[in-house]
Design a protein around this ligand. Structure first.
Ligand SMILES: [Zn+2]
Ligand SMILES: [Zn+2]
Length: 260
């Protein structure tokens, strides 16, 4: 299984996943033209995509879906609860390409386990397996809990949201206080420290490779997210580069991870 971040953050989220048999996207939050351009830079034809799996209805996760699905006849998978909000927003996806799941499901050689995430709309992360190798992706969650931890256990690599720095969020003047509280609330997003705490628990569970994802453009920076997490782990004797590895996903195409 090959995994690569195509884009991550406030502007749009897309993760590409490839097995010997299929190519899929998790979310398509850039517009279709940008998505196609980025895929082509990786030598991936959009026509080769077998599925787009959607986490939730927010625009930074679905911007390109309508056009990509209708133009290339790509099935779009989302949880039943997510479709309630998506239905109106994805008008161009044909009836036969609207795929609904409620529990774990399979697409060719991939086993996909949805993980319900606490966000302000129905939202799912995924634990995805291919040939008994597992990866996890959790973005857009207000808090982490034991249920999410156990769903991700055994993952070789986990993409985890590290959305905002709390000081930057509250000291910045751009957002109204109500929005700051929504972001920081139990159904908003994970702060850098929230993410570090979760990452430590996942690392103690055996995962060695992490990617910090969905960083806010206004209230975070890749270096700040990385440093906050490393410092948090260091106090408990976990060293980045030695015990575990941490990458940061940005709006640029990221490291290509291969799980064999
Ligand atoms: Zn988002
Ligand atoms: Zn969201």
């Amino acid at each position: 299984m090959r995994i690569v971040n195509i884009s991550s953050g406030s502007d749009g989220n897309i993760t590409f996943l490839q097995t010997e048999k299929i190519n899929i996207l998790i979310d398509d939050g850039l517009n279709a033209t940008q998505t196609i351009e980025k895929l082509k830079s990786l030598n991936i034809s959009p026509a080769s995509l077998n599925a787009i799996i959607i986490t939730h209805e927010h625009s930074d996760h679905i911007k390109g879906v309508d056009l990509l699905s209708s133009k290339y006849n790509i099935p779009v998978f989302a949880h039943q609860q997510v479709w309630v909000g998506l239905d109106e927003k994805l008008k161009k996806v044909s009836l036969k390409n609207r795929k609904v799941f409620c529990d774990a499901f399979e697409i060719n050689d991939l086993k996909i386990n949805p993980i319900n995430l606490p966000h302000d709309v129905p939202c799912y992360g995924f634990a995805i397996e291919n040939e008994n190798k597992k990866m996890g992706i959790i973005t857009d969650l207000g808090h982490f809990n034991d249920r999410i931890l156990s769903s991700l256990s055994g993952s070789r690599i986990i993409y985890i949201e590290s959305n905002y720095d709390k000081d930057m969020l509250y000291k910045g003047t751009k957002y109204p206080l109500s929005l700051k509280r929504r972001i920081d609330g139990p159904n908003g997003h994970l702060s850098n420290v929230d993410s570090a705490e979760a990452l430590e628990r996942l690392a103690l569970g055996g995962t060695r490779q992490f990617v910090l994802a969905h960083l806010s453009k206004e209230n975070n920076s890749p270096l700040l997210a990385y440093n906050t997490t490393c410092k948090y782990l260091q106090k408990d004797g976990i060293e980045e580069g030695k015990d575990i590895k941490i990458d940061v996903a940005t709006t640029n195409i990221g490291t290509i991870f291969k799980i064999k």
